[in-house]
Design a protein. Sequence first.
Length: 202
Amino acid sequence: MNARFMVILAMGCARPVPPAAAMQDAPAETLVDLDPAALMGTWFVVGTTLDFWQDRTDPRLVYAPLSPDPKTGAARWSDTVVFLKNGRERTIEGIDTLDLTRTGHFQWQGSGLLASLRSQCFIVAMDPEGAWAVSYFSATAATPAGMDLLSRSLDLADDDRVQAHVEISKMPSLSVLWESAYPPVHTLKSAQGAIQAAPSGP
């Protein structure tokens, strides 16, 4: 199944994005004024609570802009999760759609055979310089709710890592979840090599 067809299939069964204010589990810390352009590009998962990464390595997210939602005008972008499993590169494809009422919230919906899966994603903290971000995501039929520490670099500076942890500690409900966080294994030698190896998205 080629990437273009996967995008079309996912668009055809897209579901409305629920407003964050109507969701009981939406973190109060969700950013309210986030420019989606600040998220585009490659992010490395350098901390996570998701057990999925225990037997997989080199997780990274690749975001690329798409045309706005034709019904609401909300920003959308392709969401490609890239990782290694048993030494082979694998990807999980999806589309993110922005919540117009709170721009730190967006809905992920899988592409192709994963089109029935969706998750609510929240950016709850972000470095003013864009070096790192902290995300919370709701459960899907395949994965539990969790948190990620995302970095533009494979080697997040110690000062940046400390600052991210300070921000997490200010969030009572999320800081408890973060207690189970661990650093996924990264075997790639450089961020540039990882970016060059990453697909460009659908």
